[in-house]
Design a protein around this ligand. Sequence first.
Ligand SMILES: Nc1ncnc2c1ncn2[C@@H]1O[C@H](COP(=O)(O)OP(=O)(O)OP(=O)(O)O)[C@@H](O)[C@H]1O
Length: 378
Amino acid sequence: MGEEDRYCFIAEWYDPHAAFIRRYQFMYYVKDQTAEMFDIKNHRVFLKKTKVSDCLRLEDLYIGSTVNILSRQLKFVDYGDDYTRTRFSHKKERTLGIIKPDSTAKMGQILDVIYQKGFMITQLKMCQLNRNEAFQLYQEHQGKPFLDNLLNFITRGPVIAFEMMGPGVISAWRELLGPTDSAEARKVAPQSIRARFGKDNTENACHGSDSTTSAAREVEFFFPSTGPGRQNTAKYSECTCCVIKPHAVKAGLSGQIISAIMEAGFEISVLEIFHMEKANAEEFYEVYKGVVQEYGSMVSELTSGPCIAMEIRAQEAPTKFREMVGPADPEIARHLRPRTLRALFGVDKVQNAVHCTDLPEDGLLEVRINTEKMYVCL
Ligand SMILES: Nc1ncnc2c1ncn2[C@@H]1O[C@H](COP(=O)(O)OP(=O)(O)OP(=O)(O)O)[C@@H](O)[C@H]1O
């Protein structure tokens, strides 16, 4: 990618006032990290060349990416010219990974391996498949003797489906997975995911697409490009809400945060990447408005990139989880409560790793708000 490059994408923005999706040509200039936008329908400039270095990075430019530019949540839906298509299409190979039911208890560790190896997770969702859906997913194994076993296994509990993106990601992920049979993996690829987390040749921890065609089909299966997204796994009882903030997601800390939560005995019954719009973030943080000095920065942080939303379950979940999260200021947390999530993973009062519900009675409400928002955003 050259310094002088200008990339052009087609971006969509849902205008809530007009209840209408507006389409723009979105031009990004690498050299000075500026962008300009052109309203396609009305044939006029919508945004003059503007610095976007604080809200857009080169790696955010891909089809399906959601970014916040000047308080508008834009989604890149297509390439705007052939030059951009040629420069990006090889870089933006996609694959689908699944953490299978035998390994969801180790999802934090597995996600941590994925992040530490430098993979970029662009979509992620916990789902429960029924038998028909599982059959659809594994249609290429129709007639094979192990199909029935495989369907029983993959439907016996939730799975975590995720899309990853990057050059050569299909083969890189298959290599990290290791051979299908976990016992064989322990012999020939002891550092692989199946060697470390799998049991045998059915319960082998994770899945990876084997070609661009199956990747496209499987990504569409879990993350449909049109219509409603897949149903989530929310239970809405004895629960509270936790959101891993964008700075922690970008820093690849999500796996470690999830492991810490599960090791402390909490169940995670929803896990989903979503993007928060400014209006939603303001509503989410409404109780802090005029009370907390950092309110504006908190809203900016929450809209600065992908978040991970979780439903956390335990008896008295809101109170107990609040304790585990720790004081809002990580500096104070490191002195007073060094084992809390904010002490371990927070940077400062705004980038304090996670949001969690403040008042016990809000727990249920926030989980609902969030899951509804996630449906809007996906
Ligand atoms: N011989 C077998 N006996 C039992 N289960 C099997 C067998 N072969 C495959 N499976 C199960 O079916 C899944 C799909 O099989 P496939 O041949 O596509 O393996 P894979 O490509 O290594 O795995 P995946 O598609 O899950 O990434 C395997 O991951 C495993 O769970």
